[in-house]
Design a protein around this ligand. Structure first.
Ligand code: SF4
Ligand code: FE
Length: 483
């Protein structure tokens, strides 16, 4: 099968009988649910853009494993150019959706699994790399969306997986059978899982010999028995049920996260990529996290582009665009946003081949990238709110605006520049609200903080990769110190 169109993707997800819950009820039709559909539309954009000739180089690549053109979200990076194209593609997708388009977790899991399984096999003579390659080519050939599930619920953070009061707080093997394993546990905040065909599960931390049953990685389809999802609430989510696209701010696109439960899920042998080789859990985590920290130097930048644009439009509509402090704030927002992009590009340009042949980012720079992402979007949002003014959170609803008595009053008093309609002014403010406080704030703010690992996780990696000993030697050499 060639690349899917966006419509074919939507229909392919519709066919999967997945078990999804929201607001205490089973969602019978997630694809058409008004709260969930915008998140599906964001993933659909990764298919739509791949169909457009002008984006073919960014959105697709020729797979050396199938010999065919595949969506870059299923690609194994073959060069530093591939790594840079990945970041540029993510910026484009962020610009087109102003939301989390979710498909990157699978791409990042693919590339981490590719190299890690190769190295496990080399040491142990296992066949995880072959298992993974078979799965990966199946996904490439069918143009599938894959979720990458890493984050366990983790319970008491001071205890190792095997030492938790409840053994299920980290996903683990509960039964070993000749044909596979049975696993139990849950993965938290699973981005885009209900818009995915398959899920790759990985361990969440480095592990010791006592955690053997927890060092497990595999892939299963979303309709696997025992797998179910509880959708996470987002700020202002039920506005999407009210029928007012104006009040939502970004009514077409969104993101979604879910608590994903594996309740005695069977995994066949040929879908297992790690099983008890505890010392490789850390490698898989470090590589996946590294790729996903690179990702944020693309996706958040694209969403930032929309937010900066929205703030500039709000200033135009207020008549404030020529004020020097407004111009300066827009410059500052741009400076911060492009700094994030610099980090995403830099860690890609400094990438190197792994033993398996695929390319990995420079881990130090990828962690610096993500550390900046834990800060700069907050400042960009602060400046956007500053420019937007208080009306972004005090404006009446669309229902009031459409009311025959109240509408004309709102139209009269909430107008800025006379030539701009009040409706357009309210629309742009609602978009800023959506990005800074509404459903998209999950992706642009809190996900900037905690997605791909919380700030401290990057600081640990920066400490590990920063090579302080080398820096000390440099200083001693310059100071002519002989010890
Ligand atoms: Fe992709 Fe960014 Fe969403 Fe992660 S947060 S899945 S990198 S869009
Ligand atoms: Fe994320």
């Amino acid at each position: 099968m060639a690349l899917m169109t966006g419509e074919q993707y939507v229909e392919s997800i519709r066919k999967i009988k997945m078990e999804v819950y929201m607001f205490g009820k089973k969602v019978e039709n997630p694809v058409d649910d008004p709260i969930l559909r915008p998140s599906l539309n964001s993933v659909k954009m990764t298919y739509d853009l791949a169909q457009m000739p002008e984006y073919q180089d960014l959105m697709t690549a020729v797979s050396p494993y199938t010999g065919k053109r595949v969506n870059r979200f299923t690609h194994i990076h073959q060069s530093t150019e591939d790594l840079m194209n990945k970041v540029k593609m993510q910026r484009l997708c962020g610009q087109k959706t102003a939301a989390c388009f979710q498909r990157c977790v699978g791409m990042d899991a693919f590339n981490a699994e590719f190299s890690t399984t190769y190295e496990i096999d080399k040491k142990y003579g296992t066949k995880y790399h072959e298992n993974f390659k078979n799965f990966m080519t199946y996904c490439q050939e069918n143009d599938l969306t894959v979720d990458g599930a890493m984050t366990d619920t983790k319970g008491d953070r001071s205890l190792a997986p095997h030492a938790q009061a409840d053994p299920d707080l980290f996903l683990h093997v509960v039964e070993r059978r000749p044909d596979g394993v049975v696993v139990r546990g849950a993965k938290a905040h699973q981005t885009g899982i209900l818009n995915s065909h398959e899920v790759i599960v990985m361990p969440t931390i480095s592990m010791g010999p006592d955690d053997k049953d927890y060092a497990i990685s595999f892939a299963v389809p979303l309709d696997t028995k025992g797998l179910f999802m509880i959708v996470g609430r987002q700020s202002c989510d039920t506005r999407k049920r009210e029928g007012s696209e104006m009040d939502v701010g970004n009514s077409t696109f969104g993101g979604v996260e879910a608590l994903t439960v594996f309740d005695n899920v069977f995994v066949p042998n040929d879908r297992i990529f790690l099983n008890g080789e505890t010392e490789f859990a850390g490698m898989l985590v470090e590589r996946f996290a590294g790729y996903h920290r690179q990702s944020y130097g693309g996706c958040k930048v694209g969403v930032g582009d929309v937010l900066i644009g929205a703030a500039a439009v709000a200033a135009d509509y207020n008549g404030a665009a020529k004020a020097s402090h407004v111009k300066d704030k827009l410059i500052e927002m741009t400076h911060l946003n492009e700094t994030l992009f610099c980090c995403g590009i830099a860690c890609s340009a400094m990438g190197t081949p792994t033993e398996s042949g695929n390319y990995i980012i420079d881990l130090l720079l990828a962690n610096v990238c993500k550390q900046n992402v834990t800060r700069f979007p907050y400042e960009i949002v602060r400046l956007a709110e500053d420019i937007a003014g208080g009306l972004m959170v005090t404006a009446p609803s669309e229902a009031d605006f459409r009311d025959p008595k109240l509408g004309p009053v709102i139209d009269k008093y909430l107008r800025g520049v006379a030539s701009v309609s009040t409706e357009n002014r309210l629309r742009i403010l609602r978009l800023i609200e959506n990005l800074s406080l509404g459903t998209a704030a999950v992706g642009y703010r809190t996900e900037s903080m905690h997605g791909a690992g919380s700030p401290q996780a990057q600081r640990i990696m920066i400490a590990r990769q920063g090579n302080l000993a080398h820096k000390k030697e440099l200083a001693k050499a310059i100071a002519h110190i002989k010890e």
